[in-house]
Design a protein around this ligand. Sequence first.
Ligand code: AGP
Length: 614
Amino acid sequence: MCGIIGYIGYRDAIPVLVNGLEKLEYRGYDSAGIACLPHQKERFFVIKEKGKLSALKEKLGDFSVEAHLGIGHTRWATHGEPSRVNAHPHIDAAGKIALVHNGIIENYATLKNILQKKGMRFLSQTDTEVGANLIGLHYHKTPKLFDAVQRAVSELHGFFSLVLFTKEDPETLIAYKRSNPLVIGLGQRENFIASDVTALLPYTREVIYLEDEDLAVITAKEVSIYSLKTRSWVKRRSSTVNWDVAQAQKQGFPHFMLKEMYEQPDVLKTILNKRIQKNGEIFFDTLSKKFQTQLKNIERVSMISCGTAYHAGLVGSIAIEKYAKISCRTQVSSEFRYGDSLLNKKDLVVLITQSGETADTLAALREAKAKGAATLAIVNVVGSTIAREADAVIYTHAGPEIGVASTKAYTAQLATLLLLAFYMAKIRRTIADADFKKLIKEIKKIPQHCAKILKEIKKFETCAQKHYTRRNFLYLGRGCNYPTALEGALKLKEISYAHAHGYAAGEMKHGPIALIDHEQPVICIASNSFTIDKMISNIQEIRARDGIVIAIGTEGHRELEKMADDFFSVPAVPEILSPILTVIPLQFFAYKIAVLNGRDVDQPRNLAKSVTVE
Ligand code: AGP
C-alpha cells in the first residue's frame, strides 16, 4: 500500500504535494519523492529520498521551485528494497514521463525482459519503472499520452493505480485505476488526485472516487473520465466528504486495528493471486533455483519467531510435518538464540517476522547462519534487516500494519506458511497430486470465507458486552488451533490488559481445570477437526463445573451451539486452513473488549510495534 498525490492548478505545487504526503505517510514510509514541472521549464524537477517523509522535506528545504503541476509518492516497498533509486516518482528511459504507482504489476519481470531487449535501460529494481517504460514505449509511437497509457495498461497484469504526466504537456495529469484506490479532489482553478481523501481535505471536500478501469484526464479547469470497461467517456458523480483527517487515515474506521482486520480478505486475495499460478502451481518469486534445490534436500526445519509470529510458526510447523513430511520444531527467538541448538547445513531455519527488525529474531538468524543452517525469512517489511540478512526471503505482502496488535500480518503469515508447506510437499513429492489440488482449491476460497465472517462479526459484539468487565479469560484449542488459542489470548491481553491464558485443551486436567468457575469465560476453538470429539468432552467438563463457554465452531454444528453460552461459526474448511478463519472472531472479541474498557487500542501501554531491543 503506497500513498499517491497529484496536483494541477494555481497554487505552488510542492507544498501541496508535501502536505498531501504527510497525510498519506501511514500508507507507507520506506521512501518518498516528488516530481514537478517548474513553470516555463522543459525539465522535470525530481527529488526522492529513502526513509520517512522528513528526510525528503529536509532535502527539499534547499530548493525553491515554482511549479503548478506535480506528483508525489510515499512508498511501502513490494519490489526492490527501500532506497533512493527505488523511490517514486520514476522517469521513463526517454526522460519524458514522470509516474507514481500503487499496487503490484505482476508480469513486470517478463515485460522488463522485453523492454531491455529493445535497448531500454533501467535504473531501479521496481515494477513501477517497468510500467513507466512501457508507457514511454507507446508514447514514442503515439503523440497522446492518454492513448499511450490506454495501450500500456492493457498489457499490464495485476492490481494497481497510476498517476503520471509528461513534460511535453504541462497542463495535464493522467490517472488510471485498477483495484487500488484513487480519488479526485475538485477545486476552483485547480484539481487534485490522491490514494485517499486524507490528502485532499485541507483543500476540498468535493471528490470523485474513480472506478476500476477508469482513465482520467485532469487539468486545472476540468476532469474527464474514460472507462476502459465500456470504452466510453463517463460522468462520475462527485460526493462531499464529511470525515476529518484522522478518520480519513483510518478510512472511517475508529482504529487502525479494526481497519486492518477488515483488510484481511483483500490481503489474502493478493497473496493467493501472487503465489498461486494459473496452472495451480505455487510460485515464490524471490526464491532462487539454488534455494529451491536446498528446500528439496533439507532434513529438518526450525520455525523461529516471537509473539504472534511464533503462533504462526506453530501452525506452519504442523503443516510442514503433515504435508512435507519433515521434522519441524518451533521455538521463540529468545530461547533459540541462547540455547544450544544442534544445527548443520541440512537444517532450514525459518524466521517469521512482520517488522523484520525484532532483536531476538535477528540474533536467532545470525546464530542459525553461524551454525551453517540455511535461513529463510518470512517478512512483511520489504528490505528490512532480517529480510536482507537471511539466505532467502518470502514477503507476506500484508501492507503497512499500523496497529500494534497484529491482525492482517498474522493471517498473511499463516497463508504464506501454509503455501510454503504445500510447496515443499510438492517439490519433495510427499503429497498426492489430487490432495495438492484439493488444498489449492480450498485455500483459494479463504478470502471469501474471511469476508463472510467479517460481515457477520457484529453478532459477536453482544458476547463482548457481556464479558468486558471480566479480568480473567482462558482460551483452549487443539491441534492447529492450539496456536489459535495462544493468539486469541495474546490479542486480548495486549490490548485490554485483562489476564488471558491460551492452553492446549488436552492439558485442562493437568491444571487449568482448577480455574473453571462461573466467573471466568472459557473461549473454546472447536471447529471441525480430527479431535473435535475430544474438544466437545472438554466443553462438557467445563459446563459440568458451572463454567462459561464461548465456542468458535464450524457452521451447522448444532450440538456445539447448544452447549455454548455464546457460539460463533466459521465456514467449513480443511482443518489445516481453519486457523486463518477461527482467529478472526478472537481478534474482534479482543478489540471490542479493549474498546469497551476505553483502552488505547492502536498503541497499548508498554508495547511497541517492533521490539528492536532485547
Ligand atoms: C503481536 O500482536 C505483537 N505486536 C507482538 O507479539 C509481535 O507479534 C512480536 O513482537 C513479533 O514482532 P515481529 O513479527 O515484527 O517480529
